[in-house]
Design a protein around this ligand. Sequence first.
Ligand SMILES: [Zn+2]
Length: 275
Amino acid sequence: MVDFGLFSGVIAVLLLASIAARHELLSEGGILAALLVGITILWFGGWVWFLLLASFFLISSGFTKFREHDRRKKLAMREFAKGGVRDFWQVGANGALAALVAVIYHFLPLNTLYFAYLGIIATVTADTLATEIGVLSKEAYLLTTFKKAPRGLSGAVSWMGLLVSLLASSLIGVSALLINNYFNFTGIDSAALVLIPTVAGFFGALVDSLMGATIQVMYYCKKCRKPTERSVHKCGTKTVFYRGWNGVTNDTVNLLSSLVGALIAAGLYHALKGY
Ligand SMILES: [Zn+2]
């Protein structure tokens, strides 16, 4: 493990947090969660792990800011309570599992765990980008019925969103390759480093949409006659239960899908390498 020292680590974590604060990517709670996740991953996983987290952060921040004033994007974000500024639980749902895997890896440094981590990072990057860019697409379809659905609705996918999600997970694969080469991580071949996160992230994000279309709890605003993820609609009306499982929020779905991404990546590595 390359050690850049504690001081530079603290600087790096604070630098990312200040970018998030300055561009209003995270709420105060979101910044707190990001600090906890960032420090845990740096502490237990080391620089290779931390730089992958930083790649996710920089890639997804860029796309969150991309056309943020677009009417379609604003509308979808307001309606479905995701994207844009992220709070404590949104960051926590995306980061908790990654931090946990880093802690386990510290005591049990298996490559399989490293790939599980790559799978998580690829999935959350793919999901974030697919949402941020997918809401800009002209048409979206519900993954379960292939019927037209509002952009930004959980479970709605668009061709652009799918393409972006594939691109996003492959970006994490390429980052993994570059970071590993720089730090001379031995024993992992380049093709696996690029391809495994690409596949895991794409399917992890797809499972995210699938769960969004099925088990995620959705409410309905009787006044506006619209489905929403909010228990109180933007118009101020208290919404009623519409579908899904009680308590399964968008955050729950994000956590579960990153687990799926982790299992796909670990499984692929295990199948290819055997340990
Ligand atoms: Zn309403």
